[in-house]
Design a binder for this molecule. Sequence first.
Ligand code: ZN
Length: 359
Amino acid sequence: MPDTALQPALRTFVRSLPKAELHLHIEGSLEPELMFELARRNGVDLPYASVDALRLAYAFDSLQSFLDLYYAGAGVLITERDFHDMTMAYMNRAKEDGVVHVEIMFDPQTHTARGVAMETVFAGMARALRKVRSSMGITSYLILSFLRHLTEADAMATLEAALPLREQYKDLWIGIGLDSGERGNPPGKFARVFARCKALGFRLVAHAGEEGPADYVRDALDLLQVERIDHGVRSEEDALLLQRLIDQQIPLTVCPFSNLKLQVIKSMPQHNLARLLRLGVMATVNSDDPAYFGGYVVDNYIACAEHLGLTRHELVVLAQNSIAASFLPPEQKNEHFQALSAYVAENPDKKNPPRGGFF
Ligand SMILES: [Zn+2]
């Protein structure tokens, strides 16, 4: 899917641009090769004869058809080492894309329902993330996400099962999210469990306004009190809501390849990211489930530059927004802003020299 026409200099510039990834499901980073390796290691039968046959199955026509395959793929994850290896594979890939900080969503219900212990999930991811923090300098947080097609009682039970681990993983687990199929599962269904999470001091996010209507974005803000919206591209259908997002600078974690693969849009030129950005929305670009959607975060930036005509300056703004919209403390954000500013200054745009300003 990644284009070929974008000038190589801009491609290189985007790759090394310091950026944060804020919308990434770790289970969605499981590449077919690793899925097969883990299946072999654990003696799990996959309903595909080969890596190629599995890749062919990645032609989705809706969020649900993707989710069916996604949950089947997650079935190979059983041991602490499996969660470690999957996380490490993603972090190595993120480093290549200039990612300096990542906020990773994970779905414990996908694993605990199969008999995997909550502790196994946390331990494997945390071992990889702590190692990467000291060896590569990439920081990370974990966002425990509830599956919205299940009940609120199930979400509450999941939270209670995870809470005893909070102290042990407090350097990583800072947030709560809401993902899986939007349709028929409005945010209000989870108002009580989100209220409890807020009282516990977690940072809150929720998927809304991808397949679901703009109303779900408003409900996520008002009923769940989230600070950031995952996707949110359909907010454009509601002028009042859109103005609120702009006025309050509520971040959207947009995932262009995901929207394309799940047929929220028919083609990349139809994506509204550039419009949202130019209206003043705090938009960011992310990969969502990169193993399934055909590209990692830089592939998404580059496709937007190519198909939506984003300027170099706008690509820098996207990276700047990703830092601003993260849950990092202000002093760490400032360090990244300074590094970003220095990187832009060291790599001047020879075609369009700046006329002043921050970038
Ligand atoms: Zn997502």
